[in-house]
Design a protein around this ligand. Sequence first.
Ligand SMILES: [Zn+2]
Ligand SMILES: [Zn+2]
Length: 434
Amino acid sequence: MLAQAPNPAVAAAQAAAEAERQAGGRTAGTKFRALVRYANSLSMETLTLRPIHPQQVVIRNQAAQTCYTTTAALNTANAAMNAQIAGHGGVGVVLEVGSQVKRVQVGDQVIMAITPNCGACANCLNGRGDICAMFGRPVIATATMADGAPVFTSPPAGPSGLSEILVAWEEFVVPVFTKVPPAELSLLSCVSATGLGLAMCRFPVEAGSDVAVFGLGPVGMSAVQGARIQGAKNIVGIDPIKYRRDLALKLGATAVIDPNVDKGNDLIAKAQAMMADVVPPGRFFVGQRRNDGGGFGGGRGAMYVLEAVGGTRFPLPAGVEAPLDMTGAEALQQAYTLTRGGGYLRTSGVGQPMGTTVTFPAGGWSNSSKTHVPGNYAGVQALRDLPRFVRLIEKGLFDAKSMIGQTFPGDRMREALQIAADRSQITSVALFDA
Ligand SMILES: [Zn+2]
Ligand SMILES: [Zn+2]
């Protein structure tokens, strides 16, 4: 078989880019500490920064959140093929920009989002920056281990965050100009942006409507706040963990349900009762309310059901209530059932729940009128939405401060990640000297 001839123009461009990369930027050779998953370990390592690509940005990290997705790095039973820095985004100050970078300058404070938003690909042009084609960037090692092994970000073409230095493709960074503390901003790189997106992006909650939120972790807790900001009437939060239900009541939920107490259809009936308007005796319906749940589902259930459950990878420590169903599948099924006729089910997980199949029945008037909206990053377009989410913090509408569970110094990033796995705090944030 003949080898495919390289395109000379592409090869020349690649050679030019590589030559510039080799020539090195100002930060190449910098030593920094990072939480690295390698072979069968997850440990703090001192790494050496490599020269960046002309379209990359180097950031001195100020703060990085943890999220449940990244806790997968704690499972070191299976050997990792390549060294990878753990984490899902961060916030920091730009140290160096590649020669082709336009979006930010040295000295800018930026949020590094988990999802790019180039503004120029077909998906971005169609208003779907949450599925920006720049997810498909080439995989380039950003640093070197002490033994010379190349180190990649995680996922390889995108972010990491649990690291003193961040290297990002231009499309992943959003400049912000604000006095909001870095710890609070860091939540917007992944968990809180996702939660706000469930309530505010693509199919935003309409004022005066009823909302149910399954899962009151950092994503669901932010969705509760988003629903409050949008002006929802009833906001019912559902989670087995008591301190999370209590916090939800403080941050916007009008009622909460413990799914370990009210199970199966009992949970559905209880939530429906919490959202029902009183229909005067003898009247069939009033406005959008109907008292028997017939037809297109009548007034039974929430117009918007926001799912932020996912699955549970690790046993939870004493004092943190574990879900009855570790896969998260039952909650997803309940979420569908609780969506009223004509309503919207927003699910936040990509590939969640784990290892299970959930069936959304299509039959019947009620089911056929429901809209399921899955998707990445809950429809958030980082370049458009992160600055407005920052403004929501500035105006006191999104309470990010109450979402900071525990902070850790940068040399204790693994403990921060463990907190996320244990669900023992609403969030954990690593703070760096910057
Ligand atoms: Zn794009
Ligand atoms: Zn994440």
